[in-house]
Design a protein around this ligand. Structure first.
Ligand SMILES: *Cc1c(COP(=O)(O)O)cnc(C)c1O
Length: 366
């Protein structure tokens, strides 16, 4: 029996190879590698996909968050509220600006922050909220958008795990002032290196982000402010464009794997992920909960089945943040970190593989 990985990027390349190789050759032959037609076309295609007015491609998802915060004018003296149960990059982006991250708890059922958990972390210094659509399911966006509107907060979406997801038919990335995407290789739409993108509502915001990613420059060698080098290169843009037409099919395949897991794990002593039913979950991860998480993980490992813990330590308890934030009381984030277990999920996972994973979890002596 062969090992089962979390992901199979080699199978994806094997399927898409003609289109991807052609895209790479097209860029190599063009002699244009930074800020060219591929990046511009990708921006238009992702704007169309999400229903955003414009999109600006940047070097990574972390940079997308950082530059969005800068475009919103967030800086020293400001506070930005965000969930503690996320990848650390969400908080780092706030720290880079000189603003202070303030951690909110999550809804234990969906793993996402809610309007209520975000609201309880607000202070007079709060200027923005970052909501994370964790594991591929959107947070409750109408309520969160209303809260931000009422309190005058800039709403930023961390869509790194949720490309193609929606809430009430409105796409992830179309709710906030900024929608921040990552195309890290393992995301639902992955480049062959680092890549990211910000969706925006206005031409002004797009122009500001284009300058921020390019040394504060709008015109060649004129620099209006100190910016960054955070452009997406043409090779990554062309590869992403070759993959983008398959994203909807890949997300549907992930949803089928999830449905199959639900059947195979019924009666098994794990809590299955909750779908709130208000929009499409794109299952970046299929994450179960169990008090015996570590034992289950060991059983899977013995059967050569990969699994993941996203994330074992909430951000407020990470050494990088614990000195200042470790005393925060965020019980649902702590409970999630202690119990979550993500199972292999990707478009190439076979029926027999899914059944093998389920069988190991059913038979595990916990
Ligand atoms: C991947 C990820 C990021 C960071 O994206 P990079 O492209 O790796 O910089 C930020 N937030 C979340 C929730 C992520 O999953």
């Amino acid at each position: 029996m062969s090992a089962i990985g979390m992901l199979d990027l080699r199978a994806e390349y094997a399927e898409l190879r003609p289109a991807i190789d052609q895209a790479v050759q097209r860029v190599l032959a063009s002699g244009q590698f930074i800020l060219g037609p591929e990046g511009a076309a990708l921006e238009a295609e992702i704007a169309a996909l999400t229903g955003a007015a414009q999109a600006v491609a940047v070097a990574s998802g972390t940079d997308a968050l950082h530059l969005a915060l800068r475009a919103a004018g967030i800086g020293p003296g400001d506070e930005v509220v965000l969930p503690a149960f996320t990848f650390i990059a969400t908080a780092e982006a706030v720290s880079y600006t000189g603003a202070r991250p303030v951690f909110a708890d999550i809804d234990p059922a969906t793993f996402n922050a809610t309007a209520a958990t975000l609201e309880s972390a607000l202070t007079p210094a709060t200027r923005a909220a970052i909501v994370v659509h964790l594991y591929g399911q959107c947070a409750e966006m109408p309520e969160i958008a209303r809260l931000c509107e009422a309190r005058g907060l800039t709403l930023i979406e961390d869509c790194a795990q949720a490309i193609g997801a929606d809430y009430d038919g409105r796409a992830a990335g179309a709710w906030g002032a900024y929608g921040c995407f990552s195309f890290y290789p393992t995301k639902n739409l992955g480049a062959y290196g680092d890549a990211g993108l910000v969706t925006v509502r206005s031409a002004d915001d797009a122009a500001r982000l284009r300058m921020l990613r390019h040394h504060g420059s709008g015109r060649t060698y004129e620099h209006e402010f100190v910016g960054y080098n955070s452009r997406l290169d043409e090779l990554q843009a062309a590869i992403l464009r070759a993959k983008l037409p398959h994203l909807a099919r890949f997300n549907e395949a992930r949803r089928r794997v999830a449905a199959r897991y639900r059947k195979g794990l019924a009666g098994c002593d794990v809590l299955l992920p909750t779908e709130h039913g208000r929009g499409k979950h794109v299952y970046h991860q299929f994450t179960v909960r169990s008090a015996q998480r570590d034992a289950l993980r060991a059983a899977l490992g013995s059967a050569e089945i990969a699994s993941g813990v996203y994330y074992p330590i909430p951000v407020h308890r990470q050494p990088a943040y614990a000195d200042e934030h470790g005393a925060c009381v965020l019980p649902a984030s702590d409970a999630a970190a202690a119990s979550v277990l993500s199972l292999p999920i990707h478009p190439y996972l076979r029926e027999a593989d899914i059944e093998r994973v389920c069988a190991v979890l059913r038979d595990a002596k916990t």
